[in-house]
Every structure is written in structure tokens, then in C-alpha cells.
Design a protein around this ligand. Structure first.
Ligand code: ADP
Ligand code: ZN
Ligand code: MG
Length: 644
């Protein structure tokens, strides 16, 4: 039951990394099992025949030879006797032959006596104790395998990398796109004019490196693209290759990290070798933070050594194409977490261009929408400009996604063109996830959700800076939301005032406030709202310096590097300050909660009207909120919860 603003969906790089790690574990386990099987075969067929070249003789023959004085020595085991006997053929070599015979010592009580009489040197073999025997048979070899594996793991890929090459492990997994197959140019990228300007020099260099060098241009090496997911980092890198007409090597940082130390470095080497062969070329490394994470982080495991070697190799490669204008290779890398990158990577001589990409503004969105609707059929009434206006905060990938969904929706209703309504419905799908009509709520739950969502919507409408409501629904969507209130900001906002932030918090708490006002209790559905409201209040106090008590000082600590920077280190704050912060956060949240409640109490009739309509129709347009309020006097409530 959260009010969703159009936030961008993100593809999760962490997931991908985890998948890679799982894969490499699977590889390791498979490798070990393979070795065990090999070892077992070895033991069964080779060791057995190698070690026991003893002649197997029947027990009766053994007894005859014993009587004839031909047995030299014997070791009596639980079920076998092994020993040496004289060669039956006289004067043949060797004179002494090993033998083995199967025996049941208990069935031959005289055996020892006879051995004694024949003057044979004999001994008994202790029965292998369960664990000892097991360890001897399996533990020792296992230890050997582990040792071998360790040695291999250091060898594979590293140095000569012969082993690595044999197994193909040191091969780069990058995909090569031939110049004529790149297929995208800057015409396919929208809203990134500054980035395109920055990349001109790279293109000139790749097109005519010799001339570029002769004219005294400083040979560029690397470009680091920084920006949130879906802003077109991969696309722009590829388009650069398209513009320059060079080959494009696409790889991802996580592809380089394996269990074996040295593999990553070998892959980096292989990648650049391939690129130099295909030069002029662009090597693109996505999610470079997987390799380029700052060294000496908190995690110190074997993975670190591997990562460090890989990073060093990468640095060496970058430094390597210093003066070589004959095989020009440019490295482009992308990350959405520049703060975790190793400073060595960021040094100006490595990635000498750093380009920041952000979610597009209105003009950018319009450009991107134009690009992605080039090959679609739009209804005559379709207003691209309006489409751009109602999608603030969307990334390029989100927009591409919305257009795609809209086309699907249009196809589903057998229309011959995409209408504005398809586009709006598609926005909703992309923002809130798919409707799930199968989730059955009982009447009590539906009523609670209806009041909850109406609460969000009314507070949004009543608060002076609330974003207009586009839609309210009590149809469950996506994973968590039981219902949702969709707000559409009318414009892009970069600066927010205290009053606006306070209004946002009040809207977030509007659902909970409605439950409190109507039922006198609250449900668990409001916990997500509460968390978001508290987070925002905390940022107001610690980051934006918006609390008079604490003043204009930043208290938010540095986000720690591990755990994806989610944990803040505020160990340097005194307990007193922390108490003050907590107090201020609580004050802000409580004030807004009370304000939301007061607003809803004053507009109780509108709240009832809206909720009942919502229960009947399940989905309401934003205009219904206003409609519910007409006829009831609007009363403003100021920040402190008093009627104003
Ligand atoms: P990133 O690498 O930043 O995560 P991608 O380049 O993979 O983003 O973008 C994914 C898709 O989104 C692209 O293939 C393209 O269809 C669309 N897209 C993203 N940004 C833009 C843009 N600026 N202009 C046009 N399309 C874009
Ligand atoms: Zn809610
Ligand atoms: Mg990408």
C-alpha cells in the first residue's frame, strides 16, 4: 500500500554478480567431482595392476609351496596373504616372486604352526581401522588433489598461462562486434548532447590516428561513463564505435573475476590482444566496479587477490597503449558506483574523460521518445511532448520499455496505432508492475486498503505542494503493493524546499493517517510508507541541514563501501548529537503525521466518498479526487497541524 511515484525500474547489477559467482562455484564443484572420478578410475585400474604384480595363487597351491619350503615370507591379513616365494622355474630370473592368495585364517588353525615349522618369516597385518583406513584410502589422495588444485589455481592464466590456455579459462568472454555490424550511431541516443560533444575527439582519433597524432592531439585512452542504470551507457559506447566505424568489444567487469587467481588478468590480456588485432577498436567494460573496486576494502579474501591482479593487468594495458598510434584501442568503461572505484583507475592519465549521464530532462525525454517511436505507428492524436511531460524521472531504458509496453497494449486491443491511452496504461505497468487480479482480499482488507489509498490521494491533493494524483487503485500490483496511488509530478525538480519535503512526508503518511482516523488502528500495510517517511525526515536533518536544532551541518556519515554503501558510518557522532538527530526525525515525522490526520478529519466526508467509490470501481482517475472534494469546503492546515 504505498504511493508510488514514477521511479525508474532498475536492472540489478548485484544479482548478476551473484549469478556469476554461483556459476564459478558450480564450475569448481564440477571440477572437483571430475577429479574424484578420475582418481577412482586410476586407483581401480591402474594403481591396482601397477602395485600388485603379485601372482595370484589358490590357497591349496600356497599350502603345497609352504610344505615344499618354497615360501620365503608372508604377511597375513584379514582375508589375504601376501608374500614372496621362490620362482617355480629354477635358475630363472627373478629368483623370488611375489604372490597373493585369498584366505580365511579362521578356517585353517594350523597355518601359524606350519609357517613356524617351515621357518618362514611371517607377520600379521592389522585390520584397517574404520577411520584410519578410510583416511588412508581417500584422505591422502584428496589432500593431493587439493594440493594440485592449489598449484593449478596459481598457474592457470598467470605467467605463461599455458594451463589456462589449454582449458580456455584465460580466454576473454567479451563479444566482438565487427565495425560493419555495430549498427548504432549517435542518432540512436537521445538527450546526451554534452556526452556526444565530449566524445568527438575520441572519434577523430579512432578515424585517423596518425593524422591526429601529427597535429599534436594528445592521444586519448579511456572514457569512464558514470550514471544510474538505463541511462544509455552501453548504448553510447556502442554508438561511439558506430560513429568512428571501428570494432566494438563488449564485456562486463564481473566476467573477469573467477575463483582462480590470475584468470581475470589473463582474460584482460586476451581481450586487449584481440582488440589490438582488430584495431582500431573500442573495448567496453560494463560494471567496471566489479574489478576496479578500491583495494584494501573491508572484505579481505582470496577474491581480493584475484581482483587486484585483474585490476593491475587492466592498468598495465591502459598504460600500454600510450604512444601506439598504429593500433589505436580506446577503452570505455561504465559504472553506477563511481565512489567505490580505485583511485588508481580514476587518475587522469587512465580514464582521461569522465562523462556523467543522468536521467534525461524534458527535452532529453522527448528526443528519446522520438527515437524509440521511429518504427512504431502512433495515433494522430498521440502527443509526444505530453508523453515526455508525464514521464519525469524515467531513464532512457524506462522510456524504451514504456513504448514497448504501449505497442503491446495497442496490439492486444487490435488497434492499428498506439494511442495516448496505451501510453498512459504502459506507464502504470512499468511503474507499478503487473496487475494481479488473482490475489483475493477479503472485504475488511479491501475497505482498509481503500481508505488507506484515499488517504494518500486526499493529502496529496490538499497539501499545497503535493504532486497531483493521476490514479488510485486497490488492485494489487507487483510484489508488495496491495493498492497504490500514482502521483505525477508536473515538472522535473532538482531543488526542493522544506515545505515541499514536509508535504511529501505528509502524503507518505496519509494512508496510515486515514486508517487511524477511520478505524482508530493501523495495519501492517503502512510500514513501507513509514519507512520512507522516516528516511526522508532523516535526510532532511542530517544531509540537507533543515533542522534548526542541529543547524546547517552535514551529519550523514560516509557511506561505507561494503554492503553496497547502504550502511552509514556515523561513529564519529557523539551520542548527544545522535540523540538530537533521532529527536528531530521523530518530531518531523510526528508533526506531519498529525497534520495528515488533521487534514483527513477535516475532510472526512470527502474521504468517505472517495473510499466508497474506490471500493466499487477499484480504479479511479486522478480527477475523482478533486470531484470528491467539491461540495465539501476545503480547509488548509498548516505545517503544525493547526487549522489555518
Ligand atoms: P545502461 O548501460 O546505462 O544501463 P543501456 O545503454 O543498456 O543503459 O540502455 C538500455 C536501453 O535503453 C538501450 O538499449 C536503449 O534502447 C534505451 N536507452 C537508454 N538510454 C537511452 C538514450 N539516451 N537514448 C535512447 N535510448 C536509450
Ligand atoms: Zn501506503
Ligand atoms: Mg549497460
Amino acid at each position: 500500500m504505498s504511493d508510488k511515484q514514477p521511479l525508474s525500474t532498475r536492472d540489478n547489477p548485484d544479482d548478476r554478480q551473484r549469478k556469476e559467482q554461483r556459476l564459478s562455484w558450480r564450475f569448481t564443484i564440477g571440477y572437483l567431482i571430475g577429479l574424484l572420478v578420475l582418481f577412482w578410475l586410476f586407483q581401480q585400474f591402474i594403481l591396482a595392476t601397477l602395485l600388485s604384480n603379485a601372482i595370484e595363487i589358490p590357497y591349496s597351491e600356497f599350502k603345497q609351496k609352504l610344505a615344499a619350503g618354497q615360501v620365503v615370507n608372508a604377511t597375513i591379513g584379514e582375508s589375504t596373504i601376501v608374500g614372496e616365494m621362490k620362482n617355480p622355474q629354477p635358475n630363472a630370473t627373478p629368483a623370488i616372486l611375489p604372490f597373493e592368495t585369498v584366505v580365511q585364517p579362521s578356517s585353517d588353525p594350523q597355518l601359524v604352526e606350519q609357517l613356524q615349522q617351515a621357518g618362514v618369516e611371517y607377520s600379521f597385518q592389522p585390520p584397517p581401522s574404520g577411520l584410519g583406513g578410510f583416511l588412508l584410502i581417500y584422505g591422502l589422495p584428496l589432500l593431493m588433489i587439493a594440493g594440485l588444485w592449489y598449484v593449478m589455481s596459481r598457474q592457470i592464466g598467470s605467467a605463461g598461462g599455458a594451463m589456462g590456455r589449454i582449458f580456455g579459462i584465460g580466454k576473454s568472454k567479451a563479444t566482438e562486434v565487427k565495425p560493419e555490424e555495430v549498427g548504432v550511431t549517435f542518432k540512436d541516443v537521445g538527450g546526451v548532447d554534452e556526452a556526444i560533444a565530449e566524445l568527438q575527439e575520441i572519434i577523430e582519433f579512432l578515424k585517423a590516428p596518425a593524422r591526429f597524432a601529427r597535429l599534436g592531439g594528445r592521444i586519448p585512452k579511456g572514457v569512464l561513463l558514470v550514471g544510474p542504470p538505463g541511462t544509455g551507457k552501453t548504448l553510447i559506447a556502442k554508438a561511439t564505435a558506430g560513429e568512428a566505424g571501428v570494432a566494438f568489444f563488449e564485456s562486463s567487469g564481473s566476467e573477469f573475476i573467477e575463483m582462480f587467481v590470475g584468470v581475470g588478468a589473463a582474460r584482460v590480456r586476451d581481450l586487449f590482444e584481440q582488440a589490438r588485432m582488430a584495431a582500431p577498436a573500442i573495448v567496453f567494460i560494463d560494471e567496471i566496479d566489479a574489478i576496479g573496486q578500491s583495494r584494501g576494502g573491508v572484505m579481505s579474501t582470496g577474491v581480493n587477490e584475484e581482483r587486484e591482479q585483474t585490476l593491475n593487468q587492466l592498468l598495465a594495458e591502459i598504460d600500454g597503449f600510450k604512444t601506439d598510434a598504429s593500433n589505436p584501442v580506446i577503452i570505455m568503461a561504465a559504472t553506477n558506483r563511481p565512489e567505490v572505484l580505485d583511485p588508481a583507475l580514476l587518475r587522469a592519465s587512465r580514464f582521461d574523460r569522465q562523462i556523467a549521464l543522468n536521467n534525461p530532462d524534458l527535452t532529453g525525454r522527448l528526443q528519446i521518445l522520438r527515437i524509440h517511436t521511429r518504427n512504431t505507428i502512433l495515433a494522430p492524436e498521440f502527443d509526444l511532448e505530453r508523453a515526455a511531460r508525464i514521464t519525469p524521472g524515467f531513464s532512457g531504458a524506462d522510456l524504451a520499455n514504456v513504448i514497448n509496453e504501449a505497442a503491446l497494449l495497442a496490439a492486444r486491443r487490435n488497434a492499428d496505432a498506439i494511442g495516448m491511452s496505451d501510453f498512459e496504461a504502459a506507464i502504470e505497468r512499468v511503474v507499478a508492475g503487473l496487475e494481479r487480479k488473482t490475489r483475493v482480499m477479503n472485504e475488511q482488507e479491501r475497505t482498509t486498503v481503500a481508505f488507506h489509498e484515499s488517504g494518500h490521494a486526499l493529502v496529496a491533493e490538499l497539501a499545497p505542494h503535493g504532486n497531483p494524483v493521476a490514479k488510485i487503485s486497490i488492485i494489487p500490483r507487483g510484489r508488495a503493493a496491495l493498492g497504490y496511488t500514482l502521483q505525477m509530478p508536473t515538472e522535473d525538480r532538482y531543488l526542493l524546499t522544506v515545505a515541499e519535503l514536509q508535504d511529501q512526508i505528509a502524503v507518505m503518511l496519509g494512508g496510515r493517517a486515514a486508517e487511524q482516523v477511520v478505524f482508530g488502528t493501523i495495519s501492517t500495510g503502512a510500514s513501507d510508507d513509514l519507512q520512507r517517511a522516516t528516511e526522508l525526515a532523516r535526510r532532511m536533518v542530517t544531509e540537507f541541514g533543515m533542522s534548526e536544532q542541529l543547524g546547517s551541518v552535514r551529519y550523514a556519515g560516509q557511506a561505507l563501501q561494503y554492503l553496497g554503501g547502504q550502511i552509514e558510518d556515523n561513529s564519529q557522532l557523539s551520542p548527544h548529537t545522535r540523540e538530537l538527530i533521532d529527536g528531530e526525525v521523530k518530531r518531523i515525522v510526528t508533526e506531519q503525521y498529525e497534520r495528515a490526520q488533521a487534514l483527513l478529519r477535516q475532510h472526512r466526508p470527502a474521504l468517505e466518498t472517495l473510499s466508497h467509490k474506490l471500493l466499487q470501481q477499484e480504479t479511479l482517475d486522478g480527477s475523482e479526487v478533486e470531484l470528491a472534494l467539491t461540495g465539501h469546503a476545503r480547509i488548509g492546515v498548516d505545517v503544525n497541524g493547526e487549522t489555518g
